[in-house]
Design a protein. Sequence first.
Length: 334
Amino acid sequence: MATGEFALIDELRRGLGQVEDDAAVIVGIGDDAAVLDCGGRRLVACTDTLVAGRHFFAELGADDLAWKALAVNLSDLAAMGAEPRWALLNLALPAGMATPAWRADFMRGWQELALPFNLRLVGGDTVACDGPLTVTVTALGLLAGDALLRSGAQVGDDLYVTGTLGDAALALELAFAERAGEAVEDLPGAATLEQCRRRPTPRVAFGQAAQRLGARCAQDVSDGFLADLHHILQASGVGARIDGDAIPLSPVLAGWVGDDWQRLLRTALTGGDDYELILAAPPALAVQLQTAAQQTQTPLQRVGSVLPAAAGLQLFWQGRRQDLPEHLGHQHVI
Ligand code: ADP
Ligand code: MG
């Protein structure tokens, strides 16, 4: 019988992931990454898999694929406030895939993201397969002090989002429409949306700055803003009020959404693949956070506040409370 991704993860956590008697595990299953105490230093570890046909179109260039496979992991490290240091790379390659040109492109795309962080590839695994091309990256980072946890939000905190939301989701919608042979409206700036989908910017420097400033809570947006916010609310035992009008949109997306609530919902609020950070922080940190955002060239927008759990998740737009959609974001069916 099919089950949800999160039900399965919970089953694994209960069956195999009990770490209460292991003092070295500071954070286990359930956050963006694990945090492990290694004799006083904190190692932060996460892993993510991209499967052709599911996470990317099979014809995606190897340079963009490498960038994205690494970026989605660096985004998880950023959501903990960690400094990226090392990575492992697992490749499951269909026959004929890894031509010299493909390999050169892959390495170039990887280095374009990795080099500025001085991140080193220290291992991995390479296999031939009959199934779709599958790329798994494990990223390792270091952390001084406490991680930004999903469970760290407190009533009265401000909620923030970095960058803009929904660009990748609209790019995907347009790509699907084009593939289905539908007439796709000519959207000025559509190329910038596609760039966001192929090459997300993990908010590494800002995540580290927020952690140093004492923000307590962050998570990156991979499954959809509302879905990932919901994870924070569940883990922290709180509710929230979100101002839909404050959700940061790129000019291209804002023009396309216009006054259409459904368009806003299915892109910026539930679309996913954004790899921006949701942050909760006490109002006293507001000025310092904005300064850190400027210093790291990271757009930062306050989008709401944390309420007691009984308030639930309240979504406002154009002065009215809106119903929550049935699906807050993406979840794999297993
Ligand atoms: P993210 O979107 O931040 O990568 P996920 O939603 O994929 O996080 O996973 C949620 C949590 O469950 C993470 O802590 C992750 O490490 C853990 N997790 C996911 N799949 C497994 C698995 N197969 N075994 C153990 N832990 C898992
Ligand atoms: Mg994450």
